[in-house]
Design a protein around this ligand. Structure first.
Ligand SMILES: CC(C)(COP(=O)(O)OP(=O)(O)OC[C@H]1O[C@@H](n2cnc3c(N)ncnc32)[C@H](O)[C@@H]1OP(=O)(O)O)[C@@H](O)C(=O)NCCC(=O)NCCS
Length: 182
């Protein structure tokens, strides 16, 4: 089943749906797990969802309809970063991997200057980390204590990436973590 991505208009037609999606869902592994209407309205005004650097999409399933949201960041760099959020009822069903594949197809299929696509998450977001691995992404960094947690100790931030050449060939290029001996 192939998911499709539909570019959304955050300040226009999609404004109300975007505010609804962001405020009725909880995102336990994001820096801000709960967003208020004011938070989302401010982000819309600041261009967080659409600007030179950012763009956002609804994730649509052919039978189930709208199942989530995708944002691409750092689009003025040659290595964009993703933020993937499934709607609550659609989590835990393996749809994240399909959504990540659709996002990767979008980036490499429509952005010829992009050779790397990146993602970052908390170390305890096991579902997202497994989703990266299932889709052939490679762990490229483990920033110890790199993710602040309100009212608790920081956790590590883990970075994954996929290369255009791996996407084209369906392979996963790895590397040696400790490649320099003492
Ligand atoms: C993160 C997210 C995209 C993952 O997609 P999903 O379809 O819900 O993922 P699943 O629950 O099917 O889990 C993916 C894999 O992790 C495994 N998994 C999930 N939670 C786990 C846990 N606590 N311990 C061990 N394995 C776990 C699943 O069994 C599955 O394994 P598999 O690939 O071997 O089948 C989705 O849950 C989501 O949108 N979460 C909220 C937003 C978010 O955290 N986004 C990440 C920001 S980049």
């Amino acid at each position: 089943m192939v998911l499709s991505l539909h570019r959304l208009d955050p300040a226009g037609d999609d404004r109300a749906a975007l505010v609804d999606f962001m405020t009725r869902n909880v995102f336990p592994f994001h820096v801000r797990p709960r967003l208020s209407v004011e938070d989302v309205e401010r982000a819309i005004c600041e261009g967080v969802f659409r600007s030179d650097d950012n763009d956002s999409y609804w994730i649509e399933h052919p039978h189930m309809g709208r199942i989530g949201f995708l944002r691409l960041e750092d689009l003025t760099d040659s290595a964009p970063l993703l933020d993937l959020r499934l709607d609550g009822p659609f989590r835990g069903r393996g749809l994240g991997a399909q959504a990540l594949r659709a996002a990767t197809d979008l980036v490499f299929g429509t952005m010829p200057d992009v050779n790397r696509f990146e993602g970052q998450t908390r170390e305890d977001n096991v579902a997202m980390r497994r989703t990266f691995l299932r889709c052939g992404w490679v762990k490229e960094a483990h920033y110890r204590d790199g993710w602040p947690v309100e009212g608790a100790e920081p956790v590590a931030s883990v970075a994954y990436g996929i290369l255009r050449r791996d996407w084209l060939t369906g392979t996963t290029t790895t590397f040696v973590w400790e490649d320099l001996a003492l």
